[in-house]
Write a protein that binds this ligand. Sequence first.
Ligand SMILES: Nc1nc2c(ncn2[C@@H]2O[C@H](COP(=O)(O)OP(=O)(O)O)[C@@H](O)[C@H]2O)c(=O)[nH]1
Ligand SMILES: [Mg+2]
Length: 321
Amino acid sequence: MEIGKKIKAGDIRAASRLIRDIEDSIPEAKFTIKHIFPYTGKAQVVGITGSPGAGKSTLVDGLVEANRKRNRTVGVLAVDPTSPFTGGATLGDRIRMQRHAEDPGVFIRSLATRGSLGGLSKAVGDAIHVMDAMGKDIILVETVGTGQQEVEIINYAHTVIVVLVPGMGDEIQAIKAGIMEIADIFVVNKSDREGAGKLQRELMAMLDMSPVAAGGWRPPIVTIGNSFKPEEFEQDIGKLSARIHEHYEFLVSSDLIGDRLRRKTMHELNEALRSSILEPVLNMLVSTGELDRMVEKLLKKESDPCSLAEEVARKYLQECI
Ligand SMILES: Nc1nc2c(ncn2[C@@H]2O[C@H](COP(=O)(O)OP(=O)(O)O)[C@@H](O)[C@H]2O)c(=O)[nH]1
Ligand SMILES: [Mg+2]
């Protein structure tokens, strides 16, 4: 059977192998993913981002549980560019997730960083496609908020949840890093800690000052208490689930879902163009030593970057110029 059909039919081994090949940038994976594309576009994708230790995995675990209770199948993708050695998942994550291991309605994988240009971003998009083609109703994507990486989650998710913790001193940094602009829902996590009220007030004040987003959605703030008190935690997760659902309904009813889809598609096409056009040209320039010669020229002020790029374009992209 052709791989796309295999994955659609629920072949877990085929799906796992493909995700591993995507992560390892195996060239064949690029061709395989073409067969997956027709089966994608049905899943609801939710991004969960925040600093390391903010409690994202604990929340994801709670959301898996909540969705399974409603009989929805779940994909979980943990993206951790800071952790190439563990494949993105900490030991704690693995132990925690083990209770879902026997459940065929849950599929959990992790992705670590790849060095190549735009590599991680493309891998995330492709791995989401695989879980989507598997027919998962909801896909939870956990990303660490440490720079550019997490902002990209907006290109893949219908709903982005930004997780903050009182007293970690990361509130202001998060605002600076532009993470606030991408939030559809805020979670004030571990809210039994000191400073939760202050953090919530700061967030409110910030939202009051922010321009109203398209369609008039104001990101709600969900406070989540102590995950070690199961009943309380379950209730709070219930509230978060409800907000996720509301946001999705809002996207559909306001037709903003079309805009998100367009942005997602555009981003994906950009990534594909980059890997089909820019990467081979760059590889060629590197392997022939041309790139080094260009740098030398620039250092000696014999040319400028724009003129050199135009020269390359004339050589390799004749039809466009
Ligand atoms: N006190 C407290 N600790 C928590 C809570 N939720 C998670 N933790 C702990 O915080 C640590 C990091 O949690 P984790 O979910 O792995 O965070 P991640 O790095 O954002 O995925 C773990 O040791 C958790 O047990 C909470 O609500 N209260
Ligand atoms: Mg985690």
